[in-house]
Design a protein around this ligand. Structure first.
Ligand code: Z5A
Length: 207
């Protein structure tokens, strides 16, 4: 039987990585086979692409160059990691996937939404998450969380309006795909957030 594909999405500092790791540990402890991966950078080549994307540069980095690199990373990731594991019946948990491209490059950066959707479809070869958790927090809260522990990378240097468009973009995507995307209040404690996620996964017979 095909594995279940679970993705986590949200603005920076929302707590996606924390929740993805908690779910992976929870599944492992119960003998449920699952791998934890991420975008960008879920493969060896993807790690190189990630470095290009997130390292600040004094060269102009046009938005389409950014879009194509995220989609290249995804296509390699789908081929080498996501598809083979799902086919073997292993569940896949990914920290970010197609919705990030639509929210960042589409809604926040302002690229053509239909074009981004088409590229998402090509790069993911039609593979869609079975379930997505959008961890939602106010922009100021997310930026406050990440400022405390790391240097601003290229994207985090974007102005506050970018992050506002980003959050609104994620919420719009979720409102259009209510069956797949669950919006989770990320302002609660990590344990409370995780408990909400588990309830949904249990209700949907995923775990
Ligand atoms: N990107 C894109 O533009 N287009 C695309 O198609 C894709 C990605 C796929 C990836 O960077 C970047 O690529 C990202 C989007 C863009 N933009 N940037 N920059 P990344 O993977 O390095 O960064 P990230 O995905 O944004 O992760 P993050 O900033 O580390 O945030 P997070 O994963 O949501 O949060 P976290 O690491 O779990 O937690 C952040 C901090 O908050 C940490 O100190 C935690 O201990 C704390 N935390 C977590 N949960 C809580 C709760 N519930 N309460 C209080 N504190 C908490």
């Amino acid at each position: 039987m095909r594995g279940v594909f679970i993705t986590f999405e949200g603005i920076e500092g929302a707590g996606k990585s924390t929740q993805a790791k908690m779910l992976h540990r929870y599944m492992e402890e119960r003998g449920i086979s699952a791998i934890l991966t991420r975008e960008p950078g879920g493969t060896k080549t993807g790690s190189k692409i990630r470095q290009i994307l997130l390292t600040p540069t004094d060269e102009v980095f046009p938005p389409y160059a950014e879009l194509f690199l995220y989609e290249a990373d995804r296509n390699i990731h789908v081929h080498n990691v996501i598809k083979p594991n799902l086919e073997k019946g292993i569940n896949v948990i990914s920290d970010r996937f197609i919705d990030s491209t639509l929210a960042y490059q589409g809604y926040a950066r302002g690229l053509d939404i239909q074009f981004v959707k088409q590229l998402n479809l090509k790069a993911s070869e039609g593979i869609k998450p079975d379930i997505t958790f959008l961890i939602d927090i106010p922009v100021e809260e997310g930026l406050k969380r990440i400022q405390s522990y790391r240097n601003k990378d290229r994207i985090e240097q974007e102005e506050i309006d970018f992050h506002i468009r980003l959050r609104e973009g994620f919420l719009k995507i979720a409102s259009e795909e209510k069956d797949r995307i669950h919006v989770i209040d990320g302002t609660k404690s990590p344990e409370e957030v995780f408990s909400g996620i588990l309830d949904i996964l249990k209700k949907r017979n995923i775990i």
